[in-house]
Structure formats: structure tokens, C-alpha cells
Design a protein around this ligand. Structure first.
Ligand SMILES: *Cc1c(COP(=O)(O)O)cnc(C)c1O
Length: 381
């Protein structure tokens, strides 16, 4: 039986060679590679500065700090995301204000943002500082509408672009809208460094502060054991940076392949439109396909049973994603309940991500679709 994992990094001799070079150089941290990775990455995204860090989560944490978000502040964000995008707000002592999502694209719904702001108590509204905008699954949020709201209520925009490198909104790349934006390189992302992340910005001040905070609060003209701020160890090591450089070279190819594979899924699934909601790409957007997520429409088909049945046939799928406000920790801290964000909860309950990685061929996709639709037929009776 052929086994299909849900995701798989695409690693070649290039990465092996570059890592070996670093290992042999003896310069394993704070060497030349992370700086080269930063410069090339900033150029690729189209921003002035990029600061490499040890994970996307670390990047989000620093982006919050440099935005001046602190204890008692409030930040608008989506409940339909990977948990890190809300956790980073808690790391700095601020409060996430969740806003429900658009039922087709699954990004934060701008129409609901304004209503949420209006409904806030006067004291909380005064503490509202920013919107942490997540571009989910490889697609940009509705940035014009979000920028309008940001202007009207004087809110900063910080982008969680961890899932959406190279996605565009009206021809403009994600990661170029916010005061800062964060990318991530975990092995399931479009490019990987193992663990790693990147903060991009046009502000020299923010860049310098990020660089200091990732390195224990040391500033560039200081001695090794002298520290100006309360910092962290969020450095990216040289082996990871070398992998990142090799991956960056292949990024255009990866995105091209991912678009092709998504096209194959669309082609083979389109005739099941009554049973499966396919991914929707908003007008004016280009998608960069972090994952391919479908929603099962008939109420009598239990998503979790579908996942189990497919796993038995060697096809790994996953619920994508659980709603953050219903995690135990968030429920206890903020008293969230089922029904608070119904659109997000509905997608969380009924969606699943299908195997998706660069090496897949059209024959794999048609095989996966055949197994999937077979299972749906069986459970739909
Ligand atoms: C992957 C991801 C992150 C960061 O994850 P790390 O594992 O810390 O690199 C943050 N937000 C979203 C939406 C993500 O998908």
C-alpha cells in the first residue's frame, strides 16, 4: 500500500551540500549564512529588512514587542489559525479579541471587525492597539478593507504570513502590508529550515530592535556579555540558514508546483461539489497553497470517521484547523464557549487537509480523490 503523508519537505543535494559546508567551516551560529539569508529573503518579499529567528512563533512574539503591544492592551485577530498567532498576543500580556471568519476564504471577516470594535467597552477600545492579520492556508486576507479599518481606528497591522509566502493581494505580496510581517519555515511550510522564522519590516528601528531581542537584548556595538534590553535566545543557527538559502532558490518552483497540484485536486474534485466545498480563491488574490483544505458538506458524514477510514488506506489527512477560542486554555482564561464564533467552528468541525507536497503527481491526486470519494459515498448512505 502506498503511504501518503500530509506534508513532506523537498530536500535535495543542494541543502546537503550547503549544510556540510557550514559544518566544515566551524562557524555554526552568528556566522555569514543567516545574514545572507536575511538579505535575500527581504529582497524576495520586497521589504527593506528581514530578521531571521528560531521559529515563526518567536518572530510573532518579537513583532508584538516591537509594535509596542504590552500588558493590558488588546489586539484583534482570528480564531481560525494555528495557535501561535493568538498565543503571541498573550506572551506580551495583551488580550486577543477574536473576530469570526469569512465562510468561503476562512480569513478574518472585515465586516465583523468593525462591528466588534463598536461593541467593545470604552475602556477596552482605548486599549485596542493593533490587528494581527493571519493569511490563512496560503491566501491573503482582505487587505483593502482591513487597511481602511486600521486607518479609521488608528490600529497597527501586523501580518502573520507564516502560511502564505508568495501569495498576492491585488498583485502585492503578503508580508508587505503590515508594520511588520512574520514568515515561518517549519518542515510543512512552502520552504523550510527545519525550525525557523523571519520578521520583515521597512523600519530600521524595528529591525534593530528585533535583532537585539533575538540575541539576548544585546545591541550591535556592545560586548558579548552586555545587554540593553530583556532579550531572548531566538537566533537561527547557520545550518538552518544554509538550508533556507538553498530552499529560497527553489521557492518559485515550489509555488509553481503547488499551484499545479491544487489545480489537479480542483479538477478531480469539482464534480463532487454537492458533498465537498473546495478551496475558494478571492478575486484579485493569488494563492500560494500551504495546504489544500476541503470541507465536507453533508451533516450526516462525520469528518473524523473519514480521516480514520483514509488513514487505514495509507492516506494521511488532518482536521484543519481547530478554533483557538475552544482550546482548553483559552476557554478557561476568557470563558469562551461553543457558538461564540460559529463560522470558524463550522469549518473546524468539517474540514480536512489532504496530502499536499511538491512531489505529488497527477496520478497520486486521482488515486487520493478516488479513495476519498469512496469513503464519502460509504459514510453518506
Ligand atoms: C506555522 C505557523 C506559525 C509559526 O509556527 P512555528 O512552528 O513557530 O514556526 C504561526 N502562525 C501560523 C498561522 C502558522 O501556520
Amino acid at each position: 500500500m502506498k503511504i501518503y503523508p500530509i506534508a513532506q519537505p523537498y530536500i535535495t543535494k543542494d541543502e546537503e551540500r550547503e549544510v556540510l559546508k557550514v559544518l566544515r567551516s566551524g562557524s555554526l551560529s552568528l556566522g555569514p549564512k543567516y545574514q545572507e539569508f536575511e538579505k535575500k529573503f527581504a529582497k524576495k518579499i520586497g521589504r527593506k529588512y528581514a530578521c531571521a529567528v528560531s521559529s515563526g512563533t518567536a518572530g510573532l512574539h518579537l513583532a508584538m514587542i516591537v509594535a509596542g503591544i504590552g500588558a493590558g492592551d488588546a489586539v484583534i485577530t482570528t480564531p481560525f489559525s494555528f495557535v501561535a498567532s493568538a498565543n503571541c498576543i498573550l506572551y506580551v500580556g495583551a488580550r486577543p479579541i477574536f473576530v469570526d471568519i469569512d465562510p468561503a476564504m476562512y480569513n478574518i471577516d472585515p465586516k465583523k471587525i468593525e462591528q466588534t470594535i463598536i461593541n467593545l467597552s470604552a475602556s477596552r477600545r482605548k486599549k485596542l492597539k493593533a490587528m494581527l492579520v493571519v493569511h490563512i492556508f496560503g491566501q491573503s486576507a482582505d487587505m483593502s478593507a482591513i487597511q481602511k479599518i486600521a486607518k479609521k481606528y488608528q490600529l497597527k497591522i501586523i501580518e502573520d504570513a507564516c502560511e502564505s509566502i508568495e501569495a498576492t493581494y491585488k498583485k502585492r505580496k503578503v508580508g508587505t502590508f503590515g508594520e511588520s510581517a512574520v514568515f515561518a519555515f517549519y518542515p510543512n511550510k512552502q520552504i523550510t529550515t527545519g525550525e525557523g522564522g523571519m520578521i520583515v519590516t521597512d523600519s530600521k528601528k524595528n529591525y534593530d530592535l528585533c535583532c537585539s531581542l533575538r540575541n539576548q537584548g544585546r545591541v550591535s556595538d556592545m560586548q558579548w556579555l552586555d545587554h540593553k534590553y530583556l532579550g531572548y535566545n531566538y537566533r537561527l543557527d547557520e545550518m538552518s540558514a544554509a538550508v533556507g538559502l538553498a530552499q529560497l532558490e527553489k521557492l518559485d518552483f515550489f509555488i509553481q508546483q503547488r499551484r499545479k497540484i491544487a489545480g489537479w485536486y480542483n479538477k478531480h474534485l469539482v464534480k463532487y461539489g454537492e458533498v465537498i466545498q473546495l478551496p475558494t480563491v478571492a478575486a484579485g488574490n493569488t494563492h500560494s497553497w500551504f495546504v489544500y483544505v476541503i470541507k465536507i458538506l453533508p451533516k450526516n458524514i462525520k469528518r473524523d470517521l473519514v480521516i480514520k477510514a483514509l488513514a487505514k488506506q495509507g492516506i494521511c489527512t488532518k482536521p484543519y484547523l481547530p478554533s483557538i477560542h475552544l482550546f482548553d486554555f483559552y476557554r478557561k482564561k476568557f470563558n469562551y464557549q461553543k457558538g461564540d464564533f460559529p463560522v470558524s467552528e463550522d469549518v473546524s468541525a468539517n474540514s480536512l487537509a489532504l496530502p499536499f507536497y511538491v512531489n505529488l503527481k497527477e496520478s497520486d491526486i486521482s488515486y487520493i480523490v478516488k479513495k476519498l470519494t469512496g469513503v464519502l459515498k460509504k459514510y453518506g448512505k
